[in-house]
Ligand binder design. Structure first.
Ligand SMILES: Cc1cc2nc3c(=O)[nH]c(=O)nc-3n(C[C@H](O)[C@H](O)[C@H](O)COP(=O)(O)O)c2cc1C
Length: 331
């Protein structure tokens, strides 16, 4: 199916003056979208990647562990989008300044995390219960930094409550440059299906770009969300774990091509890059996250369970990579 010229213009998303190379974005995932994962997604053509969410209070005080979340390579990750969570306008503004001083080219505010610990302390999706505070935070952050500020959120906290259609207008009015909408309610967590109709409703409501998120599992679905919702871009989270080539496949489907299937060698090369960059970042501690990460790359292959068992018993990253090599050699 061909695209009209107005649609084609929409496919070069611009967020507050920052133009992206592709409308397919790696969604932020706490504990997962560290620099190695983001670097891999960018190498496959992702238009933007977002840091794991960083505590504004910790960042405002230059907390060392939180500053670790800002590790990137500014020559490769352009722009570097840092996501903050917090509930205090002043600390969010201060944290945004710290992030900008560390190279952030976009600041994203987390108004959507449904985790019990996060919500019960008034952060993340809890901000959907207080639009005055949510708007005040965004206004303060926009005033504090020169870079574009975006907000990632959900439909509403729960059904029947004021929705992102109202919040979106308020955020737009205080200078927010784009809104990412995960089409679920805060209370829903990850249950049920993401409702893409809300992405369209929000895109019809506000003039700033809207980015759709939720249950994009294939390149065809990514293009379908882009086309049907009027979204400026689409975020992919869980489906990109161990499938960084999804970003290339999305561009192929967008261009009307068949998505290319990665060869065994390509899968192994991607897994090795991911692993080696994690080892570079975390040193010997990489062995723990590698148990999860390496399993992503073999889950569609025969004997994946035996592979998982083997690397779970291995506490050294170099040994885990040996097992990975043997597994692919035998495949
Ligand atoms: C493990 C995990 C961690 C996540 N962490 C964050 C986060 O830190 N910030 C955020 O805005 N969303 C977070 N999300 C939500 C994703 O960004 C995304 O909106 C959601 O998973 C729906 O997209 P998907 O169906 O493509 O995964 C997380 C999701 C998962 C599965």
């Amino acid at each position: 199916m061909s695209w009209s010229s107005a649609e084609l213009k929409r496919l070069v998303p611009t967020i507050g003056g920052v133009t992206l190379n592709s409308p397919f974005i790696l969604a932020p995932m706490a504990g997962l979208t560290n620099w190695p994962f983001r670097r891999l997604a960018l190498s496959y053509g992702a238009g933007l990647t977002v840091s794991e969410m960083a505590s504004a209070v910790a960042l405002a005080h230059n907390g060392a562990k939180t500053l670790d979340l800002l590790k990137t390579d500014p020559l490769i990750e352009k722009p570097f989008c840092v996501q903050l969570f917090g509930k205090c306008p002043d600390s969010m503004a201060r944290a945004a300044q710290v992030a900008a001083a560390h190279g952030a080219g976009i600041i994203d505010l987390n108004y959507g995390c449904p985790a019990r610990k996060v919500v019960s302390s008034g952060h993340g999706a809890a901000l959907l219960t207080d639009f005055d505070l949510a708007t005040a935070i965004a206004a303060k952050v926009v005033a504090a930094v020169k870079v574009p500020v975006t907000v990632k959120t959900r439909i509403a906290f729960s059904q029947g409550q004021p929705t992102v259609l109202d919040l979106g207008l308020r955020l737009e009015a205080v200078g927010v440059a784009a809104i990412v909408l995960h089409g679920r309610y805060g209370k829903q967590g990850f249950l049920g299906q993401a409702d893409w109709e809300w992405v369209k409703r929000l895109a019809d409501q506000v003039k700033i770009p809207v980015i759709g998120s939720g249950d994009v599992t294939t390149p065809e679905k990514a293009v379908e969300l882009l086309r049907t919702s009027q979204a400026a871009a689409v975020m992919i989270g869980r489906a990109a774990r161990g499938r960084p080539w999804l970003f290339r496949q999305c561009l192929e489907v967008l261009a009307g091509l068949e998505p290319s299937v990665p060869t065994l060698n390509e899968r192994l090369a991607a897994a090795l890059n991911h692993a080696n960059w994690l080892i570079e970042l975390k040193g010997p501690k990489a062995a723990f996250p590698l148990r999860t990460v390496l399993t992503w790359y073999v889950r569609e292959m025969p004997k994946a369970a035996a592979f998982r068992e083997a690397i779970n018993h291995e506490s050294r990253a170099d040994k885990q990579l040996e097992i990975l090599g043997q597994f692919f050699a035998a495949a």
